[in-house]
Write a protein that binds this ligand. Structure first.
Ligand SMILES: Nc1ncnc2c1ncn2[C@@H]1O[C@H](COP(=O)(O)OP(=O)(O)O)[C@@H](O)[C@H]1O
Ligand SMILES: CC(=O)OP(=O)(O)O
Ligand SMILES: [Mg+2]
Length: 409
């Protein structure tokens, strides 16, 4: 069997999956957490068995060494796992990378040069790549979150700043979670309900207008026409746009200067907006499951956090309807989008004017499958938009792209 190891290195965690890109079968999946901190731990699932262990993880080198040992324990030593490529999630590709790229020393240097654009994400991605290249002598492929959005229309990617300053500092909308937005929007376009809708309306797939809401810890929206992105909510960094677990999303840039004049350093404000804001800043919790519990208990801060979260989502769906000239399919994905039916109904219920509807039974049914959750009339009038839930799978998308590049090479 030919397998791909996918590594998603975060600032303090290493998520990994060993999978077969041809079938999508996941052989081993795990996460090493609290790298370089107290209380390191690893959780792995292999052969239907879950293993959890607390152990010191001083750095990435040790995280990968742990991964190697646990693969051996699971009866799949790294050298015998049939690994033909390692796929690395890299968050920021800047203007340099717009497609999956075979890693060599020059690519490593270019990702390093992009650190000023993604100081929270790229250093960890880079460390993951450097250490993994020492451990595994196979082709390594970098798959960039920004790639799908590389050719956004200029009107969407350009900030209205002094052009010289923007060009000098690489300031533009790059967009993130692109692997997910592409995977999910492709799955939507191929879904039988969507194919049937376009056929009934006598339209080609190039006219399909989609809004995708990727709602995880980080969250972003995209407007997609015929498979091509027209706009997306994250910008120069993954801070702009929707309200997230710990990130503010859109704020008046004047807030930054106001806080700095009030005594906070740039570093302080960066930490505030990225790590202490969003749902966490408003309610004290960042996990939507906990927020739901607090709202159910009548907690006023939690209710406001939820209202702000939903208000922002509705604003973006409305804005993207305007960008696309209408919506054919609105899709929810990622941890919150796939699992929290109250967020879905909270967004859609207020958007009847766009023709969007929600079928409570379909919305609340637990299912891991791609499905339609809008009301399905017996005879669907042409032009009725669909609302869908489509599970994302960034690891499978990365594995497939890595395998395809290696096969082509
Ligand atoms: N059953 C659920 N109901 C509501 N929210 C959920 C549920 N399961 C997971 N989530 C949310 O999904 C989030 C994580 O989403 P995920 O896409 O895994 O994010 P990330 O990749 O950024 O870590 C969690 O913070 C949690 O709030
Ligand atoms: C780019 C980004 O925000 O990623 P994540 O959601 O994994 O934090
Ligand atoms: Mg994610």
């Amino acid at each position: 069997m030919s397998t791909v190891l996918v590594l998603n290195s975060g600032s303090s965690s290493l998520k990994y999956q060993l999978l077969d890109p041809a079938t999508g079968e996941v052989i081993i999946t795990g996460i090493v957490e609290r790298i370089g901190q107290e209380g390191g731990s690893v959780t792995q699932k292999a052969n239907g068995e879950k293993l959890e262990r607390e152990l010191p993880v001083p750095d990435y080198r040790e995280a990968l060494a742990i991964l190697g040992r646990l693969f051996t324990e699971a009866g799949m030593p790294l050298t015998e796992a049939g690994i033909t490529a390692v796929g690395h999630r890299v968050v920021h590709g800047g203007d340099v990378f717009s497609a999956p790229t075979l890693v060599d020393d020059d690519v490593v240097a270019a990702i390093r040069d992009l650190i000023p654009l993604a100081p929270l994400h790229n250093p960890a991605n880079l460390t993951g790549i450097e250490v993994a290249r020492e451990f595994l002598d196979v082709p390594h492929v970098a798959v960039f979150d920004t790639a799908f959005f590389a050719d956004l229309p200029a009107a969407a990617s350009t900030y209205a700043l002094d052009r010289k300053v923007a060009a000098e500092h690489g300031v533009r909308r790059y967009g993130f979670h692109g692997t997910s937005h592409q995977f999910v929007s492709d799955a939507v376009a191929a879904h039988p309900a969507v194919v049937a809708k376009l056929a009934a309306e006598g339209r080609g797939p190039e006219t399909l207008r989609q809004v995708v809401l990727h709602l995880g810890n980080g969250a972003s929206a995209s407007a997609i026409l015929g498979g091509r992105p027209m706009d997306t909510s994250m910008g120069l960094t993954p801070l702009e746009g929707l309200v997230m677990g710990t990130r503010s999303g859109d704020i008046d840039p004047g807030v930054v200067f106001h806080l700095m004049r009030g005594g906070m350093s740039g570093e302080d404000v960066d930490t505030l907006l990225n790590k202490q804001s969003g749902v966490l800043g408003l309610s004290g919790v960042s996990d939507m499951r906990e927020l739901r519990r607090l709202v159910a208990d009548g907690d006023a801060d939690a209710r406001l956090a939820r209202d702000v979260y939903l208000h922002r989502l509705r604003k973006y769906v409305g804005a993207y309807a305007a960008v696309l000239g209408g919506i054919d399919v609105l899709t929810f994905t990622a941890g919150v989008g796939e699992n929290d039916h109250t967020v879905r109904s909270g967004v859609v219920r207020e958007l009847k004017f766009l023709g969007l509807t929600i079928d409570p039974a379909a919305n609340e049914a637990a299912s891991g499958e791609a499905r339609v959750i809008s009301v399905r009339p017996q005879v669907e009038p042409a032009g009725t938009p669909l609302v869908m839930v489509v599970p994302t799978n960034e690891e499978l998308a990365i594995a497939r792209q890595a395998a395809a590049l290696v096969a082509a090479g």
